[in-house]
Design a protein around this ligand. Structure first.
Ligand code: PGA
Length: 253
């Protein structure tokens, strides 16, 4: 059975105190409201990882992720953080290929392929982001564009390693804009990606792959998005910074 996952991407937000408060609230609500069968992944900035992990403790169903990792194993790369270091702090997931990293930090498909390999080699689950710009959507080439992102960064993986990857479809025009893709637009792309995965790795692996939607998801639209057969959860930015909103999204299946 493929996993339902709601991941919060804090981006470059939250001071230490704010992060601690947000995490405690989320952990308490998750427990008090007896949430089951949905994995929650908190992806704070690097310095929060250890204290957030401590607060989460052994709460079943809540995991800690990073927003990036290096493509290198170790060594003289000032300012970088390796997958191995993250794993040693008990991190389980890592977001890779977010459109902000692709755009502002010029991360290429090839670099992302190397990061994905590092993550998997160190036991982290990559949340691999893909998605098209408004220009590409308007031109009507969005499906082939997003499929190519998967082919270029993931399709060198063995079937066993590919099975460890989570996909997040995030149309760039919907990120932080308040303009969500409709549930039908999300379903259409998720189904296309699943077919694409099946063409390379077979139906069984494709059916087991969790494909999350991201881009202005909120408590008001999550139910409809998550009701679609190929939408297995969400990667949440803005709404993950408010505990009530985030937990309401988690409860939207
Ligand atoms: P948003 O961000 O929910 O604020 O649109 C999503 C993301 O960038 O992961």
């Amino acid at each position: 059975m493929r996993k339902k996952i709601v991941a919060g991407n804090w981006k470059m937000n939250m001071t230490y105190d704010e992060g601690q408060k947000l995490t405690s609230e989320i952990v308490n609500m998750y427990k008090d409201e007896a949430i089951q069968d949905v994995a929650v992944v908190l992806n704070p900035p690097f310095p929060h990882i250890h204290p957030v992990k401590k607060l989460v403790g052994d709460t079943a169903g809540i995991y800690v992720g990073a927003q990036n990792c290096s493509d290198k194993e170790a060594g003289a790369f000032t300012g970088e953080v390796s997958a191995k270091i993250l794993a040693s702090f008990g991190v389980n997931y890592v977001i890779l290929g977010h459109s902000e990293r692709r755009e502002y930090f010029k991360e290429s498909n090839e670099l992302l392929a190397a990061k994905v390999k590092q993550a998997i080699a160190n036991g982290l689950t990559p949340i691999f982001c893909c998605g098209e710009s408004l220009e590409i959507r308007t031109a009507g080439t969005h499906e082939s564009n997003v499929k190519f992102q998967l082919t270029a960064s993931l399709f060198d993986l063995s079937p066993e390693d590919f099975s460890k990857v989570v996909i997040a479809y995030e149309p760039i025009w919907a990120i932080g804009t308040g303009k969500t893709a409709t549930a039908d637009q999300a379903q259409e792309m998720h189904a296309a990606l699943r077919r694409h995965i099946a063409s390379k790795y077979g139906k069984e692996i494709a059916n087991e792959t969790s494909i999350l939607y991201g881009g202005s998801a909120n408590p008001g639209n999550a139910k409809e998005l998550f009701s679609k057969p190929d939408v297995d959860g969400g990667l949440i930015g803005g709404a993950s910074l408010k505990s009530r909103d985030f937990i309401d999204i988690v409860k939207s299946f």
